[in-house]
Design a protein around this ligand. Sequence first.
Ligand code: G3H
Ligand code: 13P
Ligand code: ZN
Length: 326
Amino acid sequence: MANPVSYKELGFVNTREMFKDAMKNGYAVPAYNFNNMEQLQAIITACTKSRSPVILQVSKGARDYANATLLRWMGRGALEMMKEMGSPVPVALHLDHGDTFELCQSCIDAGFSSVMIDASSKPYAENVALTKKVVEYAHPRDVTVEAELGVLAGIEDEVSAEKSHYTNPADVVDFVKKTGADSLAISIGTSHGAYKFKLKPGETVPPLRFDILKEIEKQIPGFPIVLHGSSSVPQAYIEMINKYGGKMEGTAGIPEEQLRQAAKSAVCKINIDSDGRLVMTAAVRKVFAEKPGEFDPRKYLGPAREELVKMYMDKNERVLGSAGRY
Ligand code: G3H
Ligand code: 13P
Ligand code: ZN
């Protein structure tokens, strides 16, 4: 980038202090993805109203969809909007699932305060080397770096894995020491998307592997842990989608009580994207079904935005425990 810009000039913060506070007080900072204006407005409104810190996540797919420059300015605009709404809360702008050094570098130069380098699908030594390279570029600029060990099932941007591999607690000390990463995404049974488990009739969602989490905490005490793939896939929204003409069968998410439990541990960041997608889809479908003549996008995206605000506030209050912290 010709003129790199620091996130500090834009008003974002990195995740260091956020995670310290989350660790000390037994909650997790929400990391919500956005691809468009309505999602961003809803996240900012919900987190300001519930006085929660927030990590705004931008994936590679989001950058391709919305344009990287526009997204950066949208993030900056959201901060200004937050100031106008009253006392602002801490906001980090974070690259979700960065897969190359160049992408992380470009985000850092564009004003991101935090980046994820996801080399979890590569052999261990390559994961270490790539993560370390990103850390060496990020840290002199005071940008925090999230890394990943272990593989989640499902789609991680363009990386797709059939089966998950739980994080091996025996690797974490070495990995953290060698890479210098600031936080670690682990695999303990979560996965991306709205179809996290294939359940036979009568079966319930298997619990997360809290035993692995505990062992990891023992190995790296006080080190911030990240959970990806943490949408709960609320059945009320699935029912609404199906009622208004959609067809989503066999969906399953992570039960909220388990996320609450995780948030009380060293898990300091919980990633939620799919639930926002479901809420928007349900709300838009309802308008289309009830008012088939509607053609003003504000009349269907507006209700979707309102529903999103409710959902994010509820997550902050009841699930992550991040509400009321600022
Ligand atoms: O973990 C993946 C996130 O949900 C982002 O998804 O790559 O479709 O934007 P995306
Ligand atoms: P979900 O698909 O469960 O919302 O996970 C999102 C995520 O991990 C983004 O990185
Ligand atoms: Zn993810």
